[in-house]
Design a protein around this ligand. Structure first.
Ligand code: HEC
Ligand code: HEC
Length: 335
C-alpha cells in the first residue's frame, strides 16, 4: 500500500547486503529528560540565539554564522567571529542539528546543550571572557529577567549558564525542515521526485553513499567515518584535507586521525561550500570527491548530475520564523 515504507536494497561494494530503509524526517525532535521543550524556553532560546550581546564586541550572534533566514549557516568557507577573526572550519547548518548524534565536525559535544556553551567563550567566535561575564551581562538586561523566569520558574536565580544553554538548545530543536520532495516520495507520493532524482537516489544507494549517509537525516548509521578513506595525494593537497585531524584533535589518539562526523545531507544544496574546511565550492565537485575519496570510484558527469538532482530533493520546507524583539540595554555600550 502507499504508506508502506519503501525498502531500497543494494549490494554494497563490500559484497555484503546493505539495506537502506527510506525514512521521512520526523517533524519533532526528542528532548532530553532534564530539558523538556516548552514554548517559553523556545522563545527565550530564540532571543539568546539572535542576540549579539552574547559576544564581547556586541556584534556576533549565533545567527551571524548560522543564519536561520537562510540554510542555517553562512555560506563561507570559514566563519567570521569577533574582530573579523576566522577559524579553520566551516559552519554546519543548525537546521535539523537536533538529529545529530553528536555535534561539531569532530563530535566533541554530545548534545545541543553542551554545544551551545562553546561558541560564546571561544576567543575567535563570540569572544566573551567567561560565562560568568555572560551571566552578569544578561542580568543587566531587564527584559531577560522576565524571560528566564517565565521559562524556568521563579524560585531560584534563573539567569545561569545552564539555563541559557538549555533555552538555546530547546529553540534549536524546533529548527526542523520536513516535507522535502524526498519525504513526500517516501510517504507514497511517487510524483514528488522527478525521474532524474529517482535515478540519482538509486545510484547513491548502488554506489554505497548510503553505507555512511542513511537514516532520516542521512548522517548514520555510524557516527564517525574516516575521510579520506582512499588516500589521494593530489586532492588532499588541493583541498588541504591533511591539515585537520578531526576526532584526533580531541582524543589525541593516532587511530582517530581524520575521523569526521558523517554530516547530514538534508538541505545540502543550500549549504555550500562543503566539507569540514569549506574548501569545495560546489555540490557537484563535492559529490565527485566523495565518490573518489570514500568509494574509490570515478563518477561520470551524468551520474554526478543525477546524484546532485537527488540531493536537491532533500531540501525541506523551512518553517516560518518570527523574529524576537530583544530587550534593550539602557545606557550601556560595547567596545
Ligand atoms: C563565528 C561563527 C560562529 C558562531 C558565532 C557560532 N557558531 Fe556554531 N559553529 C561554527 C563553526 C565553524 C562550527 C563547526 C566547528 C567545529 O566543528 O569545530 C559550528 C558548529 C555548531 C553546531 C554543530 C552542528 C553540527 O552539525 O555539528 C551547532 C549546533 C552550532 N554551531 C550552534 C551554534 C550556537 C547555538 C551558537 C551561539 C551560541 C553558535 N553556533 C555560534 C560557527 C559559529
Ligand atoms: C565511508 C563513509 C562515506 C561514504 C561512503 C560517503 N560519505 Fe559523504 N561524507 C562522509 C564524511 C565523514 C563526510 C565529512 C567529511 C569532512 O568534511 O570531513 C562526508 C561529507 C559529505 C558531503 C559534504 C557535506 C557538507 O556538509 O559539507 C557530501 C555532499 C557527501 N558527503 C555526499 C556523499 C555522496 C553523494 C556519497 C556517495 C558518492 C558519499 N557522500 C559517500 C562519509 C561518507
Amino acid at each position: 500500500m502507499f504508506k508502506i515504507r519503501m525498502l531500497v536494497t543494494a549490494i554494497a561494494l563490500t559484497g555484503s547486503l546493505s539495506v537502506m530503509a527510506a525514512e521521512a524526517l520526523p517533524t519533532t525532535a526528542p528532548a532530553p529528560a532534564d530539558n523538556p521543550t516548552t514554548a517559553e524556553k523556545v522563545e527565550l532560546g530564540k532571543m539568546l540565539y539572535h542576540d549579539p550581546r552574547l559576544s564581547s564586541t556586541g556584534t556576533v550572534s549565533c545567527a551571524s554564522c548560522h543564519n536561520t533566514m537562510l540554510g542555517g549557516e553562512d555560506n563561507r568557507p570559514n566563519s567570521m567571529g569577533v574582530n573579523g577573526q576566522t577559524g579553520g572550519r566551516s559552519a554546519p547548518t543548525v537546521w535539523n542539528a537536533a538529529f545529530n548524534k553528536v555535534q561539531f565536525w569532530d563530535g566533541r559535544a554530545d548534545s545541543l546543550e553542551a554545544q551551545a556553551a562553546g561558541p560564546v567563550t571561544n576567543p575567535i567566535e563570540m569572544g566573551m571572557k567567561s560565562w560568568d561575564d555572560v551571566v552578569a551581562r544578561l542580568k543587566t538586561i531587564k527584559g531577560y529577567r522576565k524571560a528566564f523566569d517565565l521559562a524556568f520558574g521563579q524560585d531560584n536565580e534563573t539567569i545561569t549558564k545552564e539555563n541559557a544553554t538549555k533555552a538555546i538548545a530547546a529553540y534549536e530543536r524546533t529548527l526542523i525542515t520536513p516535507n522535502s520532495a524526498y519525504d513526500k516520495y517516501v510517504k507514497g507520493d511517487t510524483d514528488a521526485m522527478n525521474a532524474q532524482q529517482v535515478r540519482g537516489m538509486k545510484k547513491a544507494v548502488e554506489l554505497g553513499c548510503t553505507n555512511c549517509h542513511s537514516g532520516p537525516a542521512f548522517n548514520g548509521p555510524g557516527v564517525f567515518q574516516k575521510f579520506p578513506m582512499h588516500p589521494n595525494g593530489y586532492f588532499e593537497a588541493q583541498y588541504h584535507f591533511k591539515k585537520d585531524k578531526g576526532l584526533a584533535e580531541v582524543t589525541k589518539n593516532a587511530g582517530d586521525e581524520h575521523m569526521f562526523k558523517v554530516p547530514t545531507l538534508r538541505n545540502i544544496a543550500l549549504t555550500a561550500p562543503y566539507f569540514h574546511n569549506g574548501s569545495v565550492p560546489t555540490l557537484d565537485k563535492a559529490v565527485k570527491l566523495m565518490a573518489k575519496l570514500q568509494l574509490d570510484k570515478d563518477l561520470s558527469d551524468e551520474d554526478t548530475a543525477d546524484i546532485v538532482a537527488f540531493l536537491n530533493a532533500l531540501t525541506g520546507e523551512f518553517p516560518k520564523q518570527t523574529m524576537p524583539t530583544l530587550p534593550g540595554t539602557p545606557g550601556s555600550s560595547f567596545n
